[in-house]
Structures are given as C-alpha cells and as structure tokens.
Write a protein of this length. Structure first.
Length: 254
C-alpha cells in the first residue's frame, strides 16, 4: 500500500515493511501517518505468513522527528492534547504488542516521538550516522505516546532514566552502549540480517512473541502507558510547553 505520506509492502522473505515517506518534514507524524500505521499493523497481524514487521523512514536523514509540530501546535488545552496523544499511544501499544517480531530500522535522526516509536519495537537497529534522543523534556513535556513505559521494558532503568532526564541526543554507538540500540549496521545488510535472525516458521515466531505480550498484559503495560499520556497532556497545556514550542518554531523560520 502506498499513500502520499507512507508506503508499505511485504517482500519475498515475508517481511512487512512500513516506511514513513515525508522526508521534507523529517518524517514527522501527523494524523494521516497515524492512520496508515494503524492500518499496516492490522494487515500484518491478519496475515499469518508475515514473519516480521519493520518500520523505517524515507531517505537517509531522518527516521522520524516525532509529532509534526506544524500540525499539533494548535492543540492548546489538556483535553485537545490528550485526544491526539492517546490516539497515537493506542497505535504504539498495538505495535508493542503486535504478535510477531518488530524492528525499528533507524536510518537517520530519531528524536522525541521517533524514539517512542522505536521503543515500541522488539529490535532497534541503526545506521552509523543515526542520532537519537528523547528530547521532550526540552519542550517542557514528558513522553506523550507511552514511550517511557515502553522504554523501561526494553532498557535497564538507570540507562532509560539517563536518556529521558537528560534529553540528550546520542550517536548510534552511544545508544548501543546504553542498550537502546541492538545493532549498528550498514544499509545493505538490513534485509539479510533480519532474515538470519528469524526462523522460517511464522507460527513459532508469533508464539514466542505472545509469551512476551502475556507478561506485559499481566503487568498492566497499557494502563501504565495511559497514565503517562495523561501526565503529558497536563504538562502540554502549561505555559512552559507552549513557550518552548513557540521558540522552536520561530528558530525554524530563521
């Protein structure tokens, strides 16, 4: 499937690829991309032959720069923010609990919500030039799509807190040392390395993933993500956030 902002397909190795195709916007997320991602996740889950789901960005500069501030800056109140945040949070919960292996192929910059998307995936593989960071704190908010709750499931707490509290941007090698990235690799290696990391049987792959999903259901991951999203919505309507966004948008005009 291809729309004006995304493309998705199943390759000959039965890998489902989803690519955000907004390089002029640094592959930022808007409502159309949300809808396309949700649709792609449904397609991948419904097809029993699919062995894995891979999400990446178009071009070589950006994986995903998070939410499109040119679209979302008009959301001013806690209620307005919560409607958007909870929508994307629900989609990322579907990605997190997709019953097959998932990979974030970080082909460039991943900041803010881009790192939240990556956190929802089982594996995060990055190109050597990639840069990534949870920069939400510099905008006066926390992770808004459930990213912190997902990150704590994937990375040891001290390292996860370091990434969240500092709002620093890390190189691929630095992120690998923190445990956020599992592989730093060249683009030509991607398809073959994914295949090499998987058995042939999609039924086996789904069974193992379901065991992990069961653990997350028992530890109330969904409820923890929703509580995190509510906290972000509260911070969203504060002056600190709106002033930070205004400064950021103004800097982009220079």
């Amino acid at each position: 499937m291809q729309t004006s902002k995304t493309e998705s397909y199943i390759d000959e190795q039965r890998l489902f690829w989803f690519r955000i195709n907004r390089p002029e916007k640094r592959n930022a997320i808007d409502y159309d991309v949300m809808n396309d991602l949700e649709h792609a996740l449904g397609e991948a889950q419904a097809n029993p032959l699919v062995r894995a789901f891979i999400i990446t960005g178009a071009g070589e500069q950006s994986f995903c720069s998070g939410g499109d501030l040119s679209v979302f800056h008009s959301l001013y109140t806690k209620e307005d923010a919560y409607a958007m945040l909870s929508r994307m949070g629900a989609i990322l919960y579907k990605l997190m609990t997709l019953p097959l292996p998932t990979y974030a192929l970080i082909n460039g910059t991943a900041i803010g919500g881009g790192c939240e998307i990556a956190s929802a995936c089982d594996q995060r593989w990055a190109m050597p030039h990639a840069r990534m960071g949870f920069v939400q704190g510099d905008l006066g908010i926390t992770t808004g799509w459930g990213g912190a709750s997902m990150l704590f499931e994937k990375v040891p707490s001290p390292q996860a807190l370091q990434m969240l509290n500092s709002a620093n941007i890390y190189t691929a090698v630095e992120a690998e040392r923190l445990g956020f990235i599992q592989k730093v690799l060249e683009k030509s290696e991607v398809g073959s390395m994914v295949v090499e990391s998987l058995v042939e049987s999609s039924a086996v792959l789904r069974s193992y993933k379901q065991a992990l999903i069961t653990k997350w259901e028992q530890t109330n991951l969904k409820e923890r993500m929703l509580a995190e999203i509510e906290q972000c919505a509260y911070l969203w309507e504060q002056d600190e956030h709106h002033m930070a966004v205004a400064r950021f948008l103004q800097s982009k005009k220079k």
